[in-house]
Design a binder for this molecule. Structure first.
Ligand SMILES: *Cc1c(COP(=O)(O)O)cnc(C)c1O
Length: 370
C-alpha cells in the first residue's frame, strides 16, 4: 500500500525519542500496574478535558461497562444505544445485565437521532449512550433535554472523540460521564489496550475506581466484589507523551478534513461529512458516502490507497442481535442505507498535502474514467 488507512509507524517515528525515554523510565521504576505513570496521565487527561476525575482502565469497552455498573444500570434496565456504532457500546450494556435498545442514526451526523430516541423511551429506560461517531459530537443539547425530561442517565461513548467539542465544551464535561478508548488506532492511542472514564461526579468516580480495582478502597479492604481493569504504567507513560501532541495532531486532522472537503465538493455522487457550527469534530475518520462504494474502494486499492468501511454491518443486523425484536432494514433505514454507502478515507496527522492530493485526484479520476 502506498497510503494506508492509518499509519502508526509514521507517528512513532515522529516522537521516537520521547516515547523510548518514557518507556525506559517505567522499566527503571517498575511501576507496571497503576502507579505514578498511570496516575500522572489520569491527572493530565482530566485537565486536558476540563473535568475533575479520570479513572484509567484496561480498555474502552471496560470503561463503558464499569461506568454503567457505577451508574447503577442492571438487569431489567433498558439502555438506548445507536444502531450505527462499534459493537462495544452495546456489549457493555449486555454485560451489566441491561437490555440494548437500538435507535437509528441521523443521516447528517451519523449519530443518534434525538427524535427517534424520544420514541424509544419506555418505563424501563434507564440510560442513553450517545456515541460521538467518527469524532463528530452527537446532538447533545437535544439528547440531554430528553434525558432530563425522562430522568435518564447519559453516558457518552467518546472512544472516537478525544478533544472534540460541543457548544464550546470539550467532550467529557458535557454529560454525566464519558468513556474513552486508547486503542492504538484511536486519535489518542496507547501501545496496547487502554481506556478511561471521566466525570465531574466524585461519588461516581470513587465507585468506578473501586469496581475497576477488585471493589477495594484500600489494599485488602474490599467493599464490594469488583473486577480487574486497570491502566498500566507503560500505557500511562506513552499516553502522557502523546497527549502533549494531541492538540497539534487534532488540528492537523481537521486541516486534512478541510482539504478533502475542498477538493471533493461536488465530485461525482459523493456526500461529504458535514460541519456543524456548534460542534468541533476531531475526524477520527473522514467518512464519505457514494452509491458506487465497492467500485470506488476497489479503484483506490488498485492505485495503492487503502479505504475502509466503518461499519459494514449495522449492529441490529449482526447475528449477535438477531434475537432482538427490531433487527431488520425497515426498523433502521438510515443505518441500513449508510452501511451500503460509507467509505472511510485515510486520515492521520502525518498525512502530507501531497498524499491528500494524490487521494483526491485519484477519486476525481475514478469519476471521470468510469
Ligand atoms: C474503540 C471503540 C470502543 C471500544 O474501545 P476498546 O478500547 O477497543 O475496548 C467503544 N466504542 C467505540 C465507538 C469505539 O470506537
Amino acid at each position: 500500500m502506498l497510503i494506508p488507512l492509518v499509519d502508526l509507524k509514521a507517528q512513532y517515528i515522529s516522537i521516537k525519542g520521547e516515547i523510548d525515554a518514557a518507556v525506559a523510565a517505567v522499566l527503571t521504576e517498575t511501576a507496571f500496574v497503576g502507579g505514578k505513570f498511570a496516575r500522572k496521565f489520569e491527572e493530565e487527561f482530566a485537565k486536558a478535558l476540563g473535568v475533575k476525575y479520570c479513572i484509567g482502565v484496561g480498555n474502552g469497552t471496560d470503561a463503558l461497562e464499569i461506568a454503567l455498573r457505577a451508574l447503577g444500570v442492571a438487569e431489567g434496565d433498558e439502555v438506548i444505544v445507536p444502531a450505527n456504532t462499534f459493537i462495544a457500546t452495546a456489549e457493555a450494556v449486555t454485560t451489566v445485565g441491561g437490555s440494548v435498545v437500538f435507535v437509528d442514526a441521523r443521516e447528517d451526523d451519523f449519530c443518534l437521532d434525538p427524535a427517534l430516541v424520544r420514541k424509544a423511551i419506555t418505563p424501563r429506560t434507564k440510560a442513553i449512550i450517545p456515541v460521538h461517531l467518527y469524532g463528530q459530537p452527537a446532538d447533545m443539547k437535544e439528547i440531554l433535554t430528553i434525558a432530563r425530561e425522562h430522568d435518564l442517565l447519559v453516558l457518552e461513548d467518546a472512544a472516537q472523540a478525544h478533544l472534540a467539542q460541543y457548544d464550546g465544551t470539550t467532550i467529557g464535561g458535557v454529560g454525566e460521564a464519558a468513556c474513552f478508548s486508547f486503542y492504538p488506532g484511536k486519535n489518542l492511542g496507547a501501545y496496547g489496550d487502554a481506556g478511561a472514564i471521566v466525570t465531574n461526579d466524585e461519588a461516581l468516580a470513587t465507585k468506578a475506581r473501586m469496581i475497576a480495582n477488585h471493589g477495594r478502597i484500600d489494599k485488602y479492604d474490599h467493599k464490594i466484589e469488583g473486577r480487574n481493569s486497570r491502566l498500566d504504567g507503560l500505557q500511562g507513560a506513552v499516553l502522557s507523551v502523546k497527549l502533549k501532541h494531541l492538540p497539534e495532531w487534532t488540528k492537523r486532522r481537521r486541516a486534512v478534513a478541510k482539504r478533502y472537503t475542498e477538493a471533493l465538493e461536488g465530485v461525482g455522487d459523493l456526500v461529504l461529512p458535514k460541519e456543524f457550527a456548534d460542534r468541533t469534530a476531531v475526524y477520527h475518520l473522514y467518512v464519505v458516502r457514494t452509491k458506487r462504494r465497492e467500485e470506488l474502494q476497489k479503484f483506490l486499492k488498485e492505485k495503492g490507497i487503502e479505504a475502509g468501511i466503518h461499519y459494514p454491518i449495522g449492529l441490529p443486523f449482526l447475528e449477535a442481535y438477531h434475537h432482538l425484536e427490531k433487527s431488520t432494514a425497515a426498523d433502521f433505514p438510515t443505518t441500513h442505507m449508510l452501511q451500503g454507502e460509507i467509505l472511510s478515507l485515510p486520515i492521520y496527522a502525518e498525512l502530507s498535502d501531497e498524499q491528500i492530493s494524490l487521494i483526491t485526484n485519484t477519486i476525481k479520476d475514478f469519476y471521470v474514467s468510469r
